[in-house]
Design a protein around this ligand. Structure first.
Ligand code: ADP
Length: 484
């Protein structure tokens, strides 16, 4: 029996709409929290892909003229999720990516679109929608940062709110002239409110006005309180340090299960590690690489952006290849980086392959077939790819930052002697740092007995949502207890 009702609000949710790890987290938490006695209903925008997935939605509220057009609030179940959907065609009935138009630029009305979403979250928190009352409002990322502000400035009793930061790099800053259009009172434009360096800061508002702040790993929770990691919000976060904490993400262990994964060439488990070889051969074939069981195969599944540090990899690709490695890249984003890997593939046939785009099924095969999964991020709030890699026995080679630092045990000499270690970490996050790590990784590969030990250690790591869900449940309960 669920005794706590949480309204979660986010701009994407797996499997209905996803551009990154945020969707995975928002999609997986409700199931994991149900086991903790927490009933999560998630409010998401009515993008075409979301509306298409709903069967028999119930119209729970009709808004005449809401942020520039008519809108309906729907309640429905889809993909095992309990949802509220904001069906506002003037805001969300657009093709493609949730945030950017076909020309690659942000939709110019993004502040209005996501203020509308946040406003509904607050309305649900305030009990304005008949038949539903949340005990907690949980907002994810800048798009929903105004939800705690709308609650706070409502002048009414309201449930406590939690603001979770999945990536500090995206903050949502807009001109102050929008204040009336967003329905915020003049006095909210202050340091204690939504004002942020002379603009309206969506994430800033959430961090200022939520009762609790979480981010997705303990190390990132510390990093965002520094000038470098805080990206302008570190002062605020230091002043609110008492309510900031880090809770690691997990991954959906049903979706990511090498023993029963329909998207890979051959299932395997820890007792049948040798069956991974079939996936390695299939991946080599799929990526146009030489089918060679002895070549150390490095995989990348990533957005192609500066954050992910893949320019460092391009810089030192020669070392990886000279050490006898192969590289398989799946990435979407920056055309410059994609071209860089494309040229490398042309220049190194059979050794480097790239697929530019988003491909769920290839992502699974890369996890199942690679010997190493590379995540050289300059910063990484949590990171999911290395968690998937652990589960699939692909050894993560990661930068020692954020959640990467918290989830991988570096196979240094002490760890190796003790038979522990689940991956390779490097710092500083520079091309030289990566180069040294590439040499270490090649050296570890020569000791196949220890390599298999690392694979087993990795696969034995608990990367499920069990522990994170318990931590969120404890947070919600402590907030409710604090109110009573
Ligand atoms: P971020 O949210 O910063 O992109 P995360 O590591 O937290 O990074 O989450 C990325 C998620 O998106 C993972 O589940 C990863 O497998 C997936 N992913 C990233 N790029 C691609 C791609 N090109 N094709 C398929 N899946 C991808």
């Amino acid at each position: 029996m669920s005794d706590v009702k949480v309204l979660s609000v986010a701009s994407e949710i797996y499997p209905l709409v996803k551009t990154g790890g945020l969707a995975d987290v928002v999609g997986a938490l409700p199931g994991a929290l149900a086991l903790e006695g927490i009933a999560v209903t998630t409010l998401v925008p009515g993008y075409p892909a979301v509306l298409a997935a709903l069967r028999d939605p119930e119209v729970v509220y009709v808004y005449h003229w809401f942020f520039g057009g008519d809108a309906r609030l729907l309640r429905a179940h889809a993909a095992g999720l309990d949802l509220f959907v904001l069906d506002a065609p003037h805001l969300f009935n657009r093709p493609g990516n949730p945030y950017v138009a076909a020309d690659g630029k942000d939709w110019s009305d993004n502040p209005i679109r996501f203020a509308a979403l946040s406003r509904i979250a607050a309305d649900l928190g305030l009990g304005f929608v008949p038949g539903y009352q949340a005990d907690i409002v949980h907002a994810h990322d800048w798009q929903t940062g105004l939800a705690p502000a709308y609650l706070g400035y409502s002048g009414r009793a309201h449930p406590p709110s939690v603001m979770t930061v999945h990536n500090m790099a995206f903050q949502g800053q807009y001109g102050r002239e929008l204040l009336p259009a967003l329905g915020l009172p003049d006095h909210s434009f202050s340091m204690e409110g939504v004002e942020y360096f002379g603009t309206i800061g969506f994430l800033k508002a959430g961090l200022q006005l939520a009762d609790r702040i979480t981010t997705v790993s303990p190390t990132y929770a510390a990093e965002i309180r520094t000038a470098e990691g805080g990206m302008g919000l570190d002062g605020l976060l230091r002043s609110r340090a008492a309510v900031v904490s880090g809770i690691l993400n997990g991954i959906d262990s049903d979706v990511w299960n090498p023993a029963a994964d329909p998207l890979i060439a051959a299932g395997y488990d820890i007792a049948h590690l040798s069956d991974r070889a079939l996936n390695k051969a299939a991946l080599q074939q799929r990526m146009g690489l030489d089918v060679d069981p002895d070549a150390q195969l490095f995989g990348v599944v990533s957005r192609l952006t500066w954050q992910k540090g893949l320019d460092l990899l391009l810089d030192r690709l020669g070392i990886l290849l000279r050490n006898g490695g192969q590289l398989a890249v799946l990435g979407s984003g920056d055309p410059g980086l994609a071209d860089g890997f494309g040229l490398a593939a042309l220049g190194n046939p059979g050794r480097v392959g790239i697929v530019h785009g988003y491909d769920e099924s290839l992502a699974h095969l890369i996890q199942a077939g690679s010997d190493v999964v590379l995540v050289p991020s300059r910063f990484e709030p949590c990171g999911l790819t290395q968690l998937c890699a652990l589960r699939y026995g692909a050894i993560p080679l990661v930068a020692r930052v954020g959640g990467l630092a918290d989830t991988i045990i570096d196979a240094n000499d002490v760890a190796r002697a003790a038979g522990i270690g689940t991956g390779i970490q490097f710092s500083a996050v520079t091309a030289d740092g990566l180069e040294a790590a590439l040499y270490r990784t090649a050296d570890l590969w020569r000791d196949r007995a220890y390599w298999q030990t690392m694979q087993r250690n990795a696969m034995n790591t608990d990367v499920s949502w069990r522990r994170p869900a318990a931590a969120y449940a404890a947070l919600y309960r402590s907030l409710i207890a604090g109110r009573n």
